[in-house]
Design a protein. Structure first.
Length: 426
């Protein structure tokens, strides 16, 4: 019987040589699937890490327990700067009197937005010859803007109602602006004005320094300064027009201990009491505004992760199918090997090694592909390199582990082959 088994093994080898090309094709397809899956896994990994890095960045304000609402005053009812000021005071006073409200503010822009107006500015002590054009984002505010958004005050003080048109002009600057304009100096008491040195606008004194704000969080901080709405001369000089040149618009920000939906209802009812015809726009919790700004990055990351997961499942399914088919085609050979004394553990190991080889070859090609793709995605990442070795090693480990798991069942079937199968096949 031993002689017959050897002859059968040789015959099987000759028969199998005819299907070798098909086996190589199947293996090549699986290797390609593994390579593509690894590329998508690494891209997904670096995007996920980038998202984590971004979410760990302090935006400089607190989005919880705060709501914002946009508005645009109709010129027919609010034709002058003074009438707009009356509306501002009414809103802040009305909302501040509501139970649970902590702070209320009105502004031309909010930190929880990716749009901010900018203006050129000049600091005192810079001559016309040495002056260089500088821009900084500015926000004109009324009420307790910094408390409403939870922006920390680092030095000095915030605005009060005494900072009005009859008092000296004052500004508050961000930490980055203080460092850029007055390095290694105390910014409190320094002076600046809008425009270039030749522009005859009045000087405003820095009374406070606040933390930098950034939105979205994956962009660099920009210099920013704040001015009271009651001091329009800071922006327009003494020639501030009495009539508004366009529909006055802005944002209402409110911080409260209430539930966000209750806060929104309180805000709507208060505005309805002041001006029943005024329609508020985009009334929402600040957390929702932040989520909307950062939604594209979340969407891109989620989409790539889905593709990577599908590719991984296809690759693992391919490895399982190839291993299972290979075992079914070699049932007679395996049974004969066991008959000739081969250990069942060795048979299982043979199948596992075959699966691991396919996975490792695919991973090698996948790493090369990932390195090529890294040049295309590096500019979309924040705080992480597209060739992060830890992410690459983790993805390779995941892929090889999943490949071994996919090969376990075919390996177990191969190891459980019975010698009588060889006789039945023959």
């Amino acid at each position: 019987m031993r002689t017959n088994s050897i002859e059968s093994l040789k015959e099987g080898a000759h028969t199998g040589s005819g299907a070798a090309s098909h086996a190589r094709l199947r293996s090549a397809l699986v290797v390609s699937e593994v390579a593509i899956a690894l590329v998508l896994l690494t891209v997904s990994g670096v995007f996920l890490r980038s998202l984590q890095k971004m979410q760990a960045v302090d935006p400089g304000f607190r989005a919880d327990h705060a709501v914002i609402a946009g508005y645009q005053l109709p010129l027919a009812q609010y034709p002058t700067e003074a009438s707009g000021g009356v509306f501002n005071r009414a809103v802040v006073d009305k909302l501040s009197s509501k139970p649970g409200v902590i702070a209320v503010a009105i502004s031309n822009a909010v930190a929880a937005s990716d749009v901010s107006p900018q203006s050129a500015f000049t600091v005192e002590g810079v001559s016309s010859e040495n002056w260089k054009l500088k821009f900084a984002a500015f926000t004109s505010v009324y009420g307790d803007y910094f408390a409403a958004l939870g922006i920390p005050l680092l030095e000095g003080r915030t605005f009060t109602r005494h900072d009005n048109s009859s008092s000296p002009l004052v500004v508050i600057v961000s930490q980055s602006m203080a460092k850029d304009c007055w390095p290694r100096q105390n910014a409190i008491g320094k002076r600046m004005h809008v425009g270039n040195p030749q522009k005859p606008l009045p000087w405003a004194t820095v009374i406070g320094v606040v933390a930098d704000t950034k939105m979205p969080r994956d962009v660099p901080s920009v210099d920013q300064w704040y001015t009271p709405m009651d001091q329009p001369a800071t922006l327009y000089g003494s020639g501030t027009p009495g009539n508004l040149s366009g529909p006055p618009s802005g944002y209402i920000t409110m911080r409260s201990a209430l539930d966000p939906q209750d806060m929104i209802q309180t805000l709507r009812s208060a505005i309805a009491e002041i001006d029943p015809l005024l329609a508020l726009q985009d009334v929402q919790p600040v957390t929702d505004a932040v989520s909307a700004i950062e939604a594209p990055r979340h969407f891109n990351t989620d989409l790539i992760t889905v593709f990577a997961t599908v590719a991984l499942l296809l690759a693992i399914t391919g490895i399982y199918a190839v291993m299972a088919f290979s075992v079914s085609q070699r049932t007679q050979e395996i049974a004969i090997r066991i008959t000739l004394g081969a250990q069942r553990v060795g048979i299982a190991k043979l199948v596992l090694v075959s699966g691991a080889k396919l996975a490792l070859l695919g991973c090698a090609l996948g790493v090369l592909g990932s390195l090529a793709v890294s040049r295309l995605i590096n500019s979309f990442l924040f705080g992480v390199s597209a060739t992060d070795p830890l992410i690459y090693m983790t993805c390779v480990l995941v892929m090889t582990t999943m490949a071994l798991l996919a090969s376990i069942l075919p390996a177990a079937r191969a190891a459980s082959a019975h010698p009588m199968d060889a006789l039945r096949s023959s």
